[in-house]
Design a protein around this ligand. Structure first.
Ligand code: C2E
Ligand code: CA
Ligand code: CA
Ligand code: CA
Length: 279
């Protein structure tokens, strides 16, 4: 048993080492990646279910790496967590989202809203609110065009600092949503104390809703609860018509998923907008 334990520890050390090495490489690459414009945002439409209207988009990060090709956010966001590079990349995401909103407003979508994903450490950055104000002013934009997505996991870390940052950003006009709702282990009490506007039901529940009664019950009780709290609810990962019909029937406010559209790059977005989606 002692031998096995030793091997397991060795394996673990190697894994840790590999992760660390990977992280160091990534960290040094991020600066260049921003400089050489290897990052982009894809926009995934969010549709108001009662009307079919385009309500907004979620901004999803893409990295076109010169050697590795397209690197998805799940491959690098986790590794960058708690590093200064994550803060810097977060700044880039905000600035790019603001530009995209400005362009969309100019194209005749005056009420468009863009949802932006935030990592926990971004809420601990004391410079964030003032920087966002500055960048919005530069473009003549209102914060009401933006929704900040955070997860239950983010909410329970450094709760006091996160809450005061949220209050400050809320006072500036930003909306807040809880992403991946139902997958964290936090209590629901944060819904009372936090300035949350929108709940996004995690796609894992939507994937299962037609076959698995537990998924279905969780979805309909979440929708009912959200309505009683006078918040809005988004279903993510809507992939087919049957899911959509059921969600509409239960008065889910918004839907996002491959059924409507995949995350769209710049060219795909232009094409999507040509089809004159009602706004
Ligand atoms: P998320 O915030 O939960 O984003 C939704 C993910 O589900 C996206 O994956 C999207 O492409 C995918 N998705 C949307 N509709 C469907 C569907 O109908 N079926 C399926 N199977 N998948 C669907 P993506 O773009 O790979 O992003 C993964 C995660 O990376 C995001 O999950 C988010 O947590 C993180 N992320 C993305 N962009 C950013 C960013 O700018 N900042 C931070 N901090 N995290 C980001
Ligand atoms: Ca999200
Ligand atoms: Ca999500
Ligand atoms: Ca996620």
């Amino acid at each position: 048993a002692k031998d096995r334990g030793g091997n397991v520890a060795l394996l673990y050390d190697q894994e840790m080492y590999q992760r660390l090495a990977q992280r160091l490489v990534l960290e040094s690459e991020i600066k260049d990646a921003i400089k050489f414009k290897q990052f982009s945002l894809s926009l995934q439409p969010q549709i108001e279910l009662s009307t079919g209207r385009l309500a907004g988009f979620e901004a999803l990060l893409r990295w076109q790496h010169p050697v590795r090709g397209t690197v998805t956010p799940d491959e690098f966001i986790g590794i960058l967590e708690n590093s200064p590079q994550m803060i810097e990349l977060g700044y880039w995401v905000f600035q790019r989202s603001f530009q995209l909103a400005k362009e969309l407003i100019g194209k005749g979508y005056p009420d468009i809203r863009i949802s932006i994903n935030l990592s926990a450490e971004q809420f601990l950055d004391p410079a964030l609110p003032a920087l966002l104000e500055l960048w919005l002013d530069d473009l003549g934009l209102s914060a009401q065009h933006f929704e900040l997505e955070l997860t239950e996991r983010t909410l329970v870390q450094n709760i006091d600092i996160t809450l005061s940052a949220m209050r400050q950003l809320k006072a500036q006009g930003f909306y807040f949503s809880i992403d991946d709702f139902g997958t964290g282990y936090s209590s629901l009490s944060y819904l009372k104390q936090m300035p949350v506007d929108i709940i996004k039901i995690d796609k894992s529940f939507i994937f299962g809703m037609l076959e698995n009664d537990a998924d279905y019950q969780i979805i309909i009780s979440t929708i009912a609860m959200v309505q009683k709290l006078e918040l809005k609810v988004v279903a993510e990962g809507v992939e087919n018509r049957a899911q959509l019909q059921l969600l509409k029937q239960h008065r889910c406010d918004f839907g996002q998923g491959y059924y409507f559209a995949r995350p769209l790059n710049e060219a795909q977005l232009a094409e999507f907008l040509e089809h004159k989606v009602p706004n």
